[in-house]
Design a protein around this ligand. Structure first.
Ligand SMILES: *[C@@H]1O[C@H](CO)[C@@H](O)[C@H](O)[C@H]1NC(C)=O
Ligand SMILES: *[C@@H]1O[C@H](CO)[C@@H](O)[C@H](O)[C@H]1NC(C)=O
Ligand SMILES: *[C@@H]1O[C@H](CO)[C@@H](O)[C@H](O)[C@H]1NC(C)=O
Ligand SMILES: *[C@@H]1O[C@H](CO)[C@@H](O)[C@H](O)[C@H]1NC(C)=O
Ligand SMILES: *[C@@H]1O[C@H](CO)[C@@H](O)[C@H](O)[C@H]1NC(C)=O
Ligand SMILES: *[C@@H]1O[C@H](CO)[C@@H](O)[C@H](O)[C@H]1NC(C)=O
Length: 358
């Protein structure tokens, strides 16, 4: 009797104690470093929530007063990114089960598909890293200069023996919604110097004013540049996706971010069909025909940085506002993907609709 009374009173205390409420953001803006995070400051982030495992200089998730929109900065590059995302979903302070992740930041751009200062939204995120490699005069002549090839195939033309992090496919219906919502958005024009630079390319897309383009992302820890890299990346990303991925954006982050997100989805901490990958192009991934790769990388061609940042906001903000405004009607229940969503091994269930099983 006495014991049960004590238990009852303890329970009563426990029930009466204020239950700390989890933050359930509708939108999480995911960036890599300060200039990218600063893009979103017009949303007025007033709340700060420290997350164990984040980089010290980006130790907080910051949120609007309502908690609807939050922002996190991973600290640059794939390896740190996957860790930062895991730290987020391991945090007891957040309920991310319905959160839309807008993974965004600056990228290099393929002049065949888009231009400096423009914005891309990607269905596929592909890794250019996992594999075997020979270089220069060590590379057999019959590899035709294809320097990264799948492990243990001994043949750059063979479909890769995959390990899991090579390809991620995102919700194409969410991209449709994004494209609809941003249909009337006018992107900022780049400075005159950038306009002159882009005219030196032969491709129509490179010469065009900045616009929102649907095309895919390739990620590696290496900041590559030049025609040789571009040819290799193009070939490998097409091989991996059986011709599905058309890469335009080059990053040092996104496959790492995807590893973290898919792993979180596997443990039901978040919904991988609520991920959008949005980029602003700060520079071209290869030089115009009248310049060398060295000149393109180090001397000119990098000046789309400010325009890229401005345009990430111009394209992204209306979508963030759409998510908040149409939460009950559209977003809360989710936008069902009509395509496969997940990684190349089907970790989250379903069968990839690219690659050898397609
Ligand atoms: C942010 O705060 C400024 C200054 O108080 C205000 O003018 C602006 O409307 C706010 N923006 C949003 C998105 O709440
Ligand atoms: C994180 O938030 C705390 C509490 O608001 C603040 O004191 C600290 O300066 C913030 N850290 C950074 C890096 O902004
Ligand atoms: C390249 O040549 C080697 C022999 O020199 C051969 O074994 C291999 O199959 C060839 N690979 C390709 C991709 O043609
Ligand atoms: C996009 O707009 C078109 C035409 O207005 C409409 O048919 C379609 O359902 C919309 N898609 C999404 C995902 O909102
Ligand atoms: C785009 O502009 C057209 C014409 O003014 C308008 O009918 C439509 O609702 C706008 N769409 C969006 C998503 O703002
Ligand atoms: C690539 O896709 C095509 C068309 O769907 C299919 O016929 C082919 O078998 C696929 N190849 C591989 C290697 O998956």
């Amino acid at each position: 009797m006495r014991v049960s009374l004590i238990i009852a009173s303890l329970l009563g205390i426990a029930l009466a104690a204020p239950v700390s409420k989890k933050i359930s953001p509708k939108v999480m803006l995911v960036t890599g470093f300060t200039p990218e995070a600063d893009v979103w400051t017009p949303f007025n982030f007033t709340e700060q929530y420290p997350v164990v495992g984040f980089m010290p200089e980006y130790e907080n998730v910051t949120c609007t007063a309502s908690g609807d929109i939050c922002s996190m900065t991973m600290g640059q590059a794939e390896l740190g990114d996957s860790l930062a995302i895991a730290a987020l979903w391991l945090s007891p302070d957040f309920d991310l089960s319905k959160t839309y992740f807008i993974v965004n930041g600056i990228v290099g751009i393929n002049p065949k598909l888009a231009t400096e200062g423009g914005v891309s939204v990607s269905r596929y995120v592909v890794e250019f890293e996992m594999g075997q490699s020979l270089l220069g005069s060590d590379l057999p002549a019959n590899f035709s200069g294809l320097t990264l090839f799948s492990e243990f195939t001994g043949d750059p033309y063979k479909y890769p023996d995959v390990s899991g992090t090579e390809v991620y496919e995102l919700n194409n219906d969410l991209i449709d919604r994004f494209v609809n919502v941003t249909k009337n958005v006018t992107l900022a024009e780049a400075p005159k110097s950038v306009q002159d630079y882009r005219k030196r390319y032969i491709y129509k897309a490179a010469r065009h004013a900045p616009e929102i383009v649907r095309c895919d992302t390739v990620s590696a820890m290496t900041y590559w540049a030049g025609e040789e890299w571009a040819r290799n990346v193009e070939f490998f990303s097409q091989l991996l996706t059986n011709g599905s991925a058309q890469y335009c954006a080059t990053t040092q982050d996104d496959t790492g971010t995807m590893v973290g997100l898919v792993r979180g989805a596997l443990y039901n901490k978040l919904d991988f069909s609520r991920v959008l990958v949005l980029h602003g192009a700060s520079d071209f991934d290869r030089p115009p025909p009248d310049a060398t790769a060295y000149q393109g990388l180090f001397v000119e061609g990098q000046s789309g940085f400010d325009t890229a940042l401005v345009n990430i906001y111009r394209a992204g903000a209306p979508f963030v506002e759409d998510i908040v405004a149409n939460w009950e009607k559209v977003y809360k229940k989710g936008i069902a993907p009509s395509n496969y969503v997940g990684d190349i091994l089907g970790l989250l269930g379903g069968k990839p609709d690219f690659g050898p099983k397609s």
